[in-house]
Design a protein around this ligand. Structure first.
Ligand SMILES: *Cc1c(COP(=O)(O)O)cnc(C)c1O
Length: 230
């Protein structure tokens, strides 16, 4: 299967799911997750209607993005952010950081941003599945966490992100996504934060995520095939 064909098939599946859910497919942003894949593979994706790319490691993004300058519309960071990588990450000008989940890192990011007079759009990563191996704020702590973040003037919270439950049980996956959507609606009631993005759904569960209201889906394998070893 070619990357071009994969993208065409994926877009059809997104359209079908959106239709089933009574949604406009144009409201769903396809973020192509390019981790472990080569610059050449990413270029093929960019030549075939991919506009938004995401990486989960700062160092890898630093190595690849300079070769792709001007080719993509937005770069998003989706991995766990370590505070000692903030400076390098900011040089890559991410349009959105999906993975804020600790106050101390958020504060350090805010400090760095105020030093360079910039604002950064971020999402809060929520661990909606309760799996211990996952990063993210507990759903019941998310409101307080967002309140704390709203005190940081250089961060702009624009939504929530989650990684679906690692299971083949569709109902369990769906419940996670529903939890996140409910939180999203609840936080929307707070006039201090502008909830725009609900980032959920990957290759194995994006159709469920679209049915449950995702407006950013993060897709790697369905575009590039299985991942290369790092
Ligand atoms: C790797 C990754 C994805 C994409 O995973 P696929 O299953 O290959 O689609 C999405 N989100 C995050 C945070 C990732 O690390």
């Amino acid at each position: 299967m070619s990357i071009a064909q994969n993208i065409e098939d994926l877009k059809k599946r997104i359209e079908t799911s959106a239709k089933i859910a009574g949604r406009d497919p144009l409201d769903i942003k396809l973020l192509s997750i390019t981790k472990t894949h080569s610059v050449e593979a990413i270029e093929i994706a960019l030549d075939n209607n991919i506009e938004f790319i995401g990486e989960n490691r700062v160092q890898e993004a630093e190595q690849k993005l300079p070769f792709l300058k001007g080719r993509y519309k937005e770069f998003h960071f989706v991995g766990h952010l370590q505070s000692n990588k903030i400076k390098q990450l900011m040089k890559l000008e991410p349009a959105l950081i999906h993975s804020i989940d600790t106050l101390s890192t958020a504060q350090k990011l805010n400090d760095h941003l105020s030093g360079i007079s910039k604002k950064q759009a971020v999402l809060v990563q929520v661990n909606a599945s309760g799996e211990e191996s996952k990063f993210g704020i507990k759903p019941e702590e998310t409101l307080d966490f967002i309140n704390d973040l709203s005190e940081l003037p250089n961060l702009k919270v624009e939504g929530l992100m989650t990684i679906g439950m690692f299971t083949t049980n569709e109902e369990n996956i769906r419940n996670c996504f529903r939890t996140l959507k409910k939180l999203f609606e609840k936080i929307k009631e707070n006039p201090k934060v502008e909830m725009k993005y609900l980032s959920m759904g990957m290759t194995n569960d994006f159709e469920i995520a679209i049915e449950e209201g995702a407006n950013i889906i993060r897709i790697g394998s369905a575009i590039f095939g299985s991942r290369n070893k790092r």
